[in-house]
Design a protein around this ligand. Structure first.
Ligand code: 4AD
Ligand code: MG
Length: 428
């Protein structure tokens, strides 16, 4: 393959006056009488290239269309008027793949952009977001490995649901009804007897019937479970994941953050421990703000957003009433009737992490299941975690898209994934 330099590498004063070759796709084109301005895009950045009518490249520059792939060679020149501060005086344009008329131009509706997502991903904005996403996902692996967690996956096809019936996708599994995984937790609570500290990053599926700006039907779920850990221990790990990810993004994605206009000061303010309040205190705060929520009701998106807002950073709300928690959440012996659980809420967005110390006692779990009229059915093997050497343990699930949405200040979750899935979208 003919070689070329990444555009970002070329955008440096040390190459000024030198001839360089870059390759990529034509992002913009403006034709004048004696000049053609091209803006070339690769995965790293963009650069303006100017072709004069006396250049060998004149014909190719006129023929080339938006999103055609090509090699461009030319002399690099500093030019503060160019979009990235440099311009190429072009000596050659070699077209690799001439593009048909590209269907995306300015002022196109979000719906259409989603219809051609495989093409609209080529925008600088989407490129920048998804590069930050990639850094974030790597950060979780790095951080968890650095504190001795082992990665271990569970299947996507499950014989029963884990988080509840209404939001599951049922599929036909050779004539048997199966469900797409909503959470890896049941497997994790058994794997802690093997690995002690275990995590996975995998898709979770939620048949969310409503469309909101923070729900997708398929999301990448970072789930962490630890033996010999209590609620405060696991909350610290969740905070650690978020802080490590933010630090890595601030270090590795400076240019992307600049392109996206991200509020960096907001990110620098995030420190462990996160501000922490109980559910009880949260309800009192909400009442003061005029919310009508009753003690015992779950917090909705509006309430969650409002609670975190004054802090400007994610906060942890703990000790939700047991009646709105799952059967596996442990009860707080110091505050009976409430759980040893937490939700991390991000300002302007709401829940990004859900975690708890689990109930380790088989008898208590069985009672809780009975009370909630839950039949574990084909998931009854889950209880073996309490039958054979039960240990105190805790874990959490972190919505990677939601964390990214908050970090980047995105108004909608759709752009945190290359090909998001919603109730009304399963294509492309
Ligand atoms: O709160 P959830 O449902 O908790 C669980 O699944 C636990 N079993 C996790 C565990 O303890 N291992 O989901 C966890 C997180 C939420 O806090 C949220 O950030 C994200 O997953 N999430 C979604 N993200 C995008 N779209 C959706 N439809 C989501 N549903 C949950
Ligand atoms: Mg939750």
């Amino acid at each position: 393959m003919k070689s070329a330099s990444p555009i970002r590498e070329v955008l440096q004063s040390k190459y000024s006056g030198k001839t360089v070759t870059v390759r990529g796709w034509v992002y913009r084109k403006r034709s004048m009488k004696s000049k053609v301005f091209l803006v070339l895009r690769d995965s790293t950045d963009i650069i303006q290239a100017v072709v004069a009518d006396n250049s060998r490249a004149w014909q190719a520059a006129n023929d080339i269309t938006i999103e055609s792939s090509c090699y461009i060679s030319g002399k690099l020149k500093k030019d503060p008027r160019a979009p990235t501060g440099y311009e190429l005086e072009v000596s050659s344009v070699e077209i690799v793949g001439l593009a048909e008329i590209f269907p995306i131009s300015r002022d196109i509706s979000t719906e259409f952009l989603m219809d051609v997502r495989h093409l609209s991903l080529r925008s600088r904005r989407m490129t920048a977001i998804l590069r930050v996403r990639s850094t974030m996902l790597l950060a979780y692996h790095e951080y968890l490995h650095s504190i001795d967690y082992t990665e271990a996956e569970a299947p996507t096809f499950n014989a029963a649901t884990s988080e509840g019936g209404s939001s599951t996708f049922a599929v036909d599994y050779f004539g048997q009804k199966a469900f797409l995984s909503q959470s890896w937790q049941f497997y994790a609570e058994n794997m802690i007897h093997v690995f002690e500290k275990v995590y996975a990053m995998a898709p979770s599926f939620r048949a969310e019937k409503s469309s909101t700006n923070r729900h997708v039907t398929e999301y990448w779920h970072l789930e962490v479970e630890s033996a010999w850990a209590g609620m405060p221990d696991i909350l610290k790990v969740a905070e650690g994941c978020i802080i490590y990810a933010i630090k890595k993004i601030l270090k590795d994605n400076k240019r992307e953050l600049e392109i996206l206009g991200v509020d960096i000061d907001k990110l620098k303010k995030v420190k462990s421990p996160f501000p922490q309040i109980t559910y009880d205190a949260a309800i009192k705060k909400l009442h003061k703000k005029g919310f009508k929520i009753r003690y015992g009701q779950d917090l909705g998106a509006k309430e969650e957003r409002e609670l975190a807002k004054p802090y400007g950073v994610p906060i942890a709300v703990t000790n939700y009433p047991l009646q709105i928690l799952k059967f596996y959440h442990g009860e707080d012996p110091k505050k009976l009737g409430t759980g040893l659980n937490f939700n991390i809420l991000a300002p302007g967005l709401g829940e990004i992490v859900d975690g708890s110390q689990r109930e380790p006692d088989l008898k208590k779990i069985v009672e809780r299941l009975k009370k909630a009229k839950i039949n574990l059915g084909s998931s009854d093997w889950y209880l073996d975690s309490r039958r054979y050497g039960s240990v105190p343990h805790a874990g959490f699930g972190l919505g990677t898209e939601r964390v990214l949405q908050w970090i980047l200040g995105l108004e909608h979750i759709r752009d945190t994934l290359p090909f998001p899935r919603f109730i009304n979208r399963i294509k492309p």
